[in-house]
Design a protein around this ligand. Structure first.
Ligand code: ATP
Ligand code: MG
Length: 230
């Protein structure tokens, strides 16, 4: 019975290590992380500055690969993927939201949101229709032709969330998504995340704010590149 209700695994990391080189010095950013994320989970990753949170979420989000260990996304062994393969799976299956929004300044909100659809080879008419609908859903129907510098921080982050959602990703990652926002605007972003999880999405968010982390249903704590108990 328990097995029947158990949700499928979206991604799984086994003994993930990441070593950076700073000149001749090795930095062991991740030192043997095991992690499994199931469909419709809402997870926050916490830990001190330098504990490896961004490194981990970048690997989980296919922006980077581990130095050692295995990483599977929907049973595909991503840790062995080439850069091209990584870019493809990222566009198809992953939504990523950054602290600094990472919008292209010369493009309108609509064009920023539509960009992943360009890479996915969708027709212009479909790109516009879909991007407009998702921006409207996020309350930005009146802002679709604005460029990032004509939008508030909260609006920029909502555009970035729309862009992350546009290809209907299997999983959404957010690295300190409220880090550049005042607390009221941060709460608005968290309300959007709550709704996305309610609608069935899978979400993993890095934060060092315990109030923000409490929105999640599971908290993973990192310490010196390892997952700790408390
Ligand atoms: N590109 C890089 N080159 C060298 N060292 C790096 C690189 N990226 C991260 N590091 C180091 O790896 C460790 C983990 O960094 P990471 O950015 O994952 O930490 P974090 O938990 O996200 O910290 P913060 O809360 O400050 O964002 C740190 O010691 C950091 O200095
Ligand atoms: Mg970080």
């Amino acid at each position: 019975m328990a097995e029947k209700t158990e949700k499928s695994v979206v991604c799984k990391g086994i003994n993930i290590h990441k070593t950076y080189w700073r000149g001749k010095i090795e930095v062991h950013a991740l030192q043997g992380v095991d992690i499994e994320i199931r469909r419709n989970e809402y997870i926050s990753i916490m830990g001190a500055s330098g504990s490896g949170k961004s490194t981990l979420i970048h690997i989980l989000g296919c922006l980077d690969t581990p130095t050692r260990g295995e990483y599977y996304l929907e049973e595909k062994r991503v840790s062995e993927f080439s850069d091209d393969e990584l870019a493809r799976i990222r566009n198809q299956s992953i939504g990523f939201v950054f602290q600094e929004f990472n919008l292209l300044p010369r493009l309108s909100a609509l064009e920023n949101v539509a960009l992943p659809l360009v890479y996915a080879g969708k027709k212009r008419i479909e790109r516009i229709k879909k991007s407009r609908a998702i921006l409207e859903k996020l309350g930005l129907g009146e802002r679709i032709h604005h460029r990032p510098n004509e939008l508030s921080g909260g609006e920029c982050q909502r555009v970035a969330i729309a862009r992350a959602l546009i290809n209907e990703p299997k999983i959404i990652f957010a690295d300190e998504p409220t880090g550049n926002l005042d607390s009221k605007t941060g709460q608005e972003i968290m309300a959007i995340f709550d709704k996305l999880v309610e609608e069935g999405n899978t979400l993993v968010m890095v934060t060092h704010d315990p109030d923000i982390a409490r929105s999640a249903r599971r908290i993973i704590k990192l310490k010196d590149g390892r997952i700790g108990d408390a």
